[in-house]
Design a binder for this molecule. Structure first.
Ligand SMILES: Nc1ncnc2c1ncn2[C@@H]1O[C@H](COP(=O)(O)OP(=O)(O)OP(=O)(O)O)[C@@H](O)[C@H]1O
Ligand SMILES: [Mg+2]
Length: 328
């Protein structure tokens, strides 16, 4: 996976230091990222034809295949299963929620948390920033969290509290959690474009965007802007999925609800972002408040059946309801 970065872009034919610099400016940091880039994007960045961009992408793919860092185009299902063994799972802090996710939040995937205000999305993200640093045997990633905060709801004090309550060194947790406050959708796109180099530098295994949709919803009001909003969101989500796969990172996104006031029966809430969100997220978890506790429902997963779990929020962050009763 990330070992592919030992091959530098400038080692490829036709990539001069200037071309390399331009690719870096566009967020294409490694041969692996060039191999997975879109020809239109490369053509635009370098000011070359689409055919020339294809050639460069192809030479990146060939270099990776020759060095054994990229699988040949077809692999058997057995090899695919082997590759998925590289994926890691991180505990959410609640056994019941982990069971719902079949072990926890996964690398090489996008997990979407959607639900109403106060349903626990941000709390779960904070808890994951602590649990991801745990050792593998304690259910963690042995890696760090990178938190992209669009709503100014990241609280280092809360992270400190969760770590302390869980018996983890809070100063270490804070030192190894990297936060970026973003102010508008272009800023978010810029950060995501360049996030590859920080993932390597900071040993990141968990990438959070809380929330992925709020800036777009705020900036693109009115029906006439909907198509552009969806296009931009689609591009962002594709990039995030590519990052998850290339760097073996878990991407966790929060999403808001859109209420359907004309619905008289059933739950009037649905996730924002329409088909674009639905198609791009690997796992979609609906969080709901039930009294003092929370319910999580998994829908549309490639391999999880429809199922539900309950959990609670305490000083320890996300916990099982029984833990809360025991005073945990
Ligand atoms: N220390 C704590 N102990 C217990 N519960 C807490 C604690 N801190 C926060 N909470 C609970 O978490 C809720 C806030 O949840 P959270 O911020 O995760 O919501 P959200 O789903 O991110 O909402 P929004 O859509 O507004 O961002 C609070 O209403 C409270 O019930
Ligand atoms: Mg929130």
């Amino acid at each position: 996976m990330a070992e592919a970065l030992v091959l530098a872009l400038r080692d490829l034919d036709g990539i001069s230091p200037t071309v390399e610099e331009r690719l870096h400016d566009a967020g294409i940091e490694s041969v692996l990222e060039l191999a997975a880039a879109l020809p239109e994007e490369v053509a635009q960045v370098l000011g070359v034809s689409k055919e020339r961009a294809y050639e460069l992408i192809y030479s990146a793919q060939t270099a990776l295949m020759d060095s054994g860092l990229l699988d040949k185009s077809f692999l058997s299902a057995l090899d695919a299963l082997e590759r998925r063994k590289n994926l890691l799972k991180c505990t959410t802090g609640s056994k019941s929620l982990d069971a719902l996710l079949r072990g926890g939040v996964e690398t090489q995937a996008i997990t979407e948390l959607w639900g109403e205000y106060g349903s626990g999305k941000t709390q779960l993200c904070h808890t994951l920033c602590v649990t991801c640093q745990l050792s593998r045997k304690d259910g963690g990633f042995e890696g760090n969290g990178l938190y992209i905060d669009t709503e100014s709801t990241f609280r280092p004090e809360r992270l400190y509290q969760i770590a302390e309550a869980r018996g983890v060194d809070p100063t270490m947790v804070l030192k190894n959690t990297f936060v970026c406050r973003v102010y508008n959708s272009s800023h978010l796109e810029f950060i995501v474009k360049n996030v590859g180099k920080y993932i390597e530098k900071y040993n990141v295994r968990l990438l959070i965007v809380d929330s992925v949709i709020s800036l777009y919803r705020g900036e693109f009001t009115g029906r006439e802007t909907l198509a552009e909003r969806q296009q931009r969101l689609n591009k962002l989500l594709h990039r995030l999925l590519r990052i998850a796969e290339i760097y073996n990172v878990a991407v966790v996104l929060t999403n808001q609800v859109q209420s359907q006031p004309d619905m008289f029966f059933g739950d009037p809430n649905k996730p924002s972002g329409g088909h674009v969100m639905a198609h791009s997220c690997t796992y979609r978890i609906y969080l709901k408040k039930i009294g003092q506790d929370r319910k999580a429902i998994i829908v549309d997963s490639p391999y999880h059946p429809y199922s539900e779990a309950t959990f609670s929020i305490t000083d320890k962050g996300v916990v099982d309801i029984e833990d809360k009763r025991r005073g945990g």
